[in-house]
Design a protein around this ligand. Structure first.
Ligand code: GCU
Length: 630
């Protein structure tokens, strides 16, 4: 059918643009970040959203002309129609919802209608738990915000765009990998795209609490300190923090930046730990602005109450002393495992209570007191569950492999994602380690970049430890075997050194660990943050064949035994998180019959089948025969 004049005009317009995704006009508004959203009253927008695949990013070329939702056949020869478009479930990656989206990398448009009636004098935010990788948001055809980063929450102020009654939202998500992205082009995990976590509307008073930090003083275990921030405070406001169970209460005022310092003495506090994961109900109230009341007079003409938040917080301290990690002042060994946010059984990006219960239930069964959540911040349900279950957490931003450390546009992205990760989880006792990178090559520009990131983490949150998973050098040992040498200069910026190694898998065989000596050039605690071997569940060595061949459960189990012997020879080892709990999807892993798009280093298959190595590690943890706290 010959192209009509309109289509020719559209094509001509589009061809006028270079065939690359055009940077959109500056976002209508940068995103903000609410905290404790899972304890606020929200209106869920989860469910079916209409979805349009926009492989050529046509809808972005004219700043989102797809945002209109009403197709009027009599009016415009519009090439799309949300109302008749099929739907996708939100939350949920798109890859696992339709066969044609399994490998899809590109732009996809979500649209849904919703009813809303905002209260007067309130602000309404559209809260997105995570969207991988770039997002563009409209409400009632008004551009609201954009966000980059696939694993951290963001909030867009939709107050002025909302109508009383019927509304509609359009969110475009683009999971195209970017060379200048965080992460960059290569990752050993599936690029699950879309609105991968909850979407909701959150209504707050005009002046609202957008950040708070309540933690136990490292030097005084009867003092809770921190701060509360009120966004939009026009004058000093009274902030009240109470912990009813402890009959503790403090009243203080915000300063000219809207921040109130908190110092709350407490008696007979039960410290949070893996053995006693005690959480306290905490109330945070903005009690408005009391007029300057002359002494002796009772002036209770306060403005109506401001914002009010509740939270369930555990109080503990974490620090290092030489090569020891101290939890509540006592040395601890982190018996852990690494895990991706891969949904057990159903596959795809994990987001639900069920996913979390299954994954962390397996870690508890393994005998863990610690989990390394790789390689990006997981759903907030994961860290909430870790708080309840008593699992210590290593949480990580995806500064993974070959990040463009020399590209000036990249560092702000790393800083943004680090800030968003810390803001969301800074009041979760389970989180003890902020990891700023994984397996980045030791170059001067990289060390400068990541030192900046480590310093930022320390500055934003001085109450936790900063780490990274480092690559380790290997040298031949003249006396036979090899040395593993930990002397990466990035170690100077870290409190705890994570070290990845694959002795017995990518290098050497089963006896590799027996002939390896570790040389650690730092007087700091070390966590063996990754090691392992790969096999499909149920693949076994032929009877009587010993040593067993690689790609068998027997090989993986025996390697775990050899590795544990080696780990116990490292005096300053204070934690261990083998790679990893469960098989996960990755485009790197295409070996037919062995991988089929899965990295099979899991102790458990993606269908929940435990391999022999699971029981090797479980025995080591349950008999406390792996690692020493001091
Ligand atoms: C690397 C990397 C992981 C990867 C693993 C492997 O160390 O950190 O993300 O999956 O090794 O090769 O299986």
């Amino acid at each position: 059918m010959p192209a009509g004049p309109f289509l020719r005009a559209v094509v001509a317009t589009l061809l006028a643009f270079p065939l690359v995704a055009l940077p959109l006009a500056a976002p209508a508004q940068s995103t903000t970040l609410l905290v404790d959203v899972d304890h606020r009253a929200t209106t869920s927008l989860n469910g079916d959203w209409h979805a349009i695949i926009d492989q050529y990013s046509i809808g972005l070329r004219k700043n989102g002309f797809y945002m209109n939702t009403k197709f009027d056949p009599a009016n415009t020869p519009q090439d799309y129609n949300f109302a008749t478009a099929s739907t996708l479930k939100v939350p949920g990656d798109w890859n696992m919802q339709r066969p044609e989206l399994y490998y899809y990398e590109g732009l996809l448009w979500y649209q849904r209608d919703f009813e809303y009636h905002a209260q007067p004098n309130h602000r309404v935010f559209l809260h997105i738990g995570a969207a991988n990788y770039r997002s563009y948001v409209w409400v009632n055809t008004k551009k609201i915000c954009e966000h980059e980063g696939g694993f951290t929450p963001f909030d867009c102020d939709v107050t002025d765009a909302l109508k009383d009654g019927s509304n509609f939202a359009v969110i475009a998500v683009d999971n195209t990998r970017l060379a200048a992205g965080v992460p960059t082009l290569q990752t050993d995990w599936w690029n699950y795209g879309g609105l991968t976590r909850d979407v909701s509307l959150v209504e707050v008073p005009k002046q609202y609490i957008d950040d708070y930090d309540l933690h136990l003083s490292r030097t005084d275990h009867s003092l809770i300190e921190g701060s509360v921030h009120v966004e939009g405070a026009t004058q000093s406001r009274t902030i009240i923090v109470t912990i009813p169970e402890l009959r503790a209460r403090v009243e203080t005022k915000t300063d000219e930046q809207g921040r109130a310092a908190i110092s709350l003495p407490v008696k007979s506090l039960t410290l949070w730990s893996p053995e006693t994961p005690k959480l306290y109900h905490v109330e945070i109230t903005d009690a408005g602005t009391a007029p300057n009341c002359p002494p002796g007079q009772h002036c209770d003409t306060r403005q109506p109450l401001g914002d009010h938040l509740t939270d369930e917080i555990g109080f503990r301290t974490i620090e290092t002393r030489g090569t020891q990690i101290l939890l509540n002042g006592k040395p601890i060994f982190l018996r852990g495992i690494s895990l991706h946010a891969e949904a057990p059984i159903r596959g795809g990006r994990a987001y639900s209570e069920k996913d979390v219960d299954t994954l962390l239930g397996w870690t508890k069964e393994l005998g863990c007191n610690y989990v390394r959540l790789t390689h990006y911040p997981h759903d907030e349900r994961m860290t909430r569950a870790a708080d309840r279950l008593g699992l210590l957490v290593w949480s990580e931003v995806p500064d993974y492999w070959a990040i463009q450390f020399d590209n000036p546009v990249v560092l702000p992205k790393s800083k943004q994602q680090l800030t968003e990760m810390i803001r969301r989880d800074r009041n979760k006792a389970s989180v003890i380690l902020w990891s700023i990178a994984n397996e980045t090559t030791n170059t001067e520009v990289r060390t400068k970049y990541l030192t900046t990131l480590a310093d930022l983490a320390h500055q934003i949150d001085p109450t936790r430890l900063v780490t990274a998973a480092l690559l380790v050098r290997t040298e031949k040992n003249p006396a036979g075997g090899s040395f593993k040498i930990v002397d990466d200069p990035l170690g100077n910026a870290l409190d705890v050194l994570g070290t990845n190694e694959y002795i017995g898998w990518y290098e050497q065989g089963l006896t590799g660990p027996d002939n390896t000596t570790w040389q650690i050039h730092f007087q700091k605690p070390v966590i063996m943050s990754e090691w392992g071997a790969e096999t499909p569940a149920g693949r076994h060595a032929p009877p009587g064949v010993n040593p067993p061949p690689k790609w068998t459960e027997e090989y993986q189990a025996q390697l775990y035994q050899h590795q544990i012997v080696m780990l116990n020879k490292i005096p300053q080892l204070r934690g261990n998180s083998p790679w990893l709990l469960m098989d996960f999807r990755s485009p790197h892993r295409v070996n037919p019959g062995l991988q089929d798009n899965f990295n099979r280093k899991g102790l458990i298959s993606d269908k929940g089948v435990k391999k022999q190595a699971f029981y090797v590690l479980q025995k080591a943890y349950q008999t406390n025969s792996l690692g020493k706290a001091e």
